[in-house]
Write a protein that binds this ligand. Structure first.
Ligand code: PEP
Ligand code: MN
Length: 337
């Protein structure tokens, strides 16, 4: 449940309510917003039955939160959250562009990509060092060696870097090298991994599961936040449907739906959503128009030789062109880009 305070409530009224909640063994989460102060309560609310909070000083009303996710819920935190990654803020003011190869293949490939995407306008370099491939015989990633190249790319370009982690061991290595952890679609409901990511102090990019509902996705975010890490960014990357013309079906409606349900930022990945290079640009523009806080787009110096996801990767020229084309869309959406 949430306790909405009256606009004229005093600090001691708020502190008093928090004391009552904590004395009953529940947790209070304070959100001091631009319009209203809210105290979110997590735990067994029946312990508060005889506390008469409705008539306590400064309390306006008490609203039950029926969704199973609480800390990720917009009711707990009505103002949108901005997540800082390096020197970039992912949130309502900006359009954040993450780009880079599907897999880190060599230092040369990564550095060339980092320089090209930075020059075109990207803010964050993406690249996989641990690749969760459908086939065990496909390239599985350079692991810690790839992470080292990411760190070098950050040092050389100033870009923040994001890398997917697939295990607790990968998290332990990644925290030494990257600015943001990515949890991929295949691991969205790997609850132990989510908890481990929640114990770090790095922001987490949480991709939507292949066949996950929005409710399941937000509960996955809740696992991370419940460990104390509030810096979660959601990524819509397409879902499994009966359609085979594209690799997945981009659920663009997730962007406005997410806005009504959570304060967390959302970025869209049209590369994995479509699997087809030619469809990336139109859907990137549509995502910005729908209100996405950012985009994740795969790029490669030579997509036809990429070790993974070549067919959906843009060349440097195509990426540069797309960045130019995105400018009026970002301006119409009121975002700095
Ligand atoms: C990726 O971003 O490289 C990736 C594997 O994406 P997803 O988890 O969305 O399939
Ligand atoms: Mn990929």
């Amino acid at each position: 449940m949430i306790i909405v305070m009256k606009p004229q409530a005093k600090k001691q009224d708020v502190d008093h309510i928090i004391q009552i909640i904590e004395a009953k063994g529940l947790t209070a989460h304070l959100s001091v917003g631009s319009e209203v102060t809210i105290i979110g309560v997590v735990g067994d609310k029946s312990h508060l039955n005889d506390s008469n909070l409705e008539i306590a000083n400064g309390v306006d009303k008490i609203i039950p939160v029926t969704e199973s996710y609480k800390l990720a819920n917009k009711k707990f935190h009505p103002d949108p959250t901005s997540v800082r990654v390096g020197s970039t803020e992912i949130g309502p003011r900006n359009l954040t562009l993450m780009s880079g190869p599907c897999a880190i293949e060599s230092e040369e490939q990564l550095l060339a990509t980092a320089k090209a995407v930075k020059a075109a306008g990207a803010n964050i370099l993406r690249g996989g060092a641990y690749k969760p491939r459908t086939s065990p015989y496909s390239f599985q990633g350079l692991e810690e060696e790839g992470l080292r190249y990411m760190k070098t790319a950050r040092e050389e370009t100033g870009l923040a870097v994001v890398c997917e982690v697939t295990s607790a061991k990968a998290i332990e290595a990644a925290v030494k090298y990257v600015d943001m952890l990515q949890i991929g679609a295949r691991n969205m409901q790997n609850f132990e991994l989510l908890k481990e990511a929640g114990k770090t102090n790095l922001p987490v990019l949480l991709k939507r599961g292949l066949s996950s509902t929005i409710d399941e996705w937000l509960n996955a975010a809740e696992y991370i936040i419940a460990e104390g890490n509030y810096n979660v960014v959601l990524c819509e990357r397409g879902i499994r449907t009966y359609e085979t013309a594209t690799r997945n079906t981009l659920d663009l409606s997730a962007v406005p739906v997410i806005r009504t349900k959570t304060h967390l930022p959302i970025v869209v990945d049209p590369s994995h959503a479509t699997g087809v290079r030619a469809y990336v640009a139109p859907l990137a523009k549509a995502a910005v128009a729908a209100g996405a806080d950012g985009l994740m787009i795969e790029t490669h110096p030579c997509p036809e030789h990429a070790l993974s996801d070549g067919p959906q990767s843009l060349t440097f020229e195509q990426f540069e062109e797309l960045c130019k084309e995105l400018k009026p869309y970002a301006a119409l959406a009121g975002r700095v880009f």
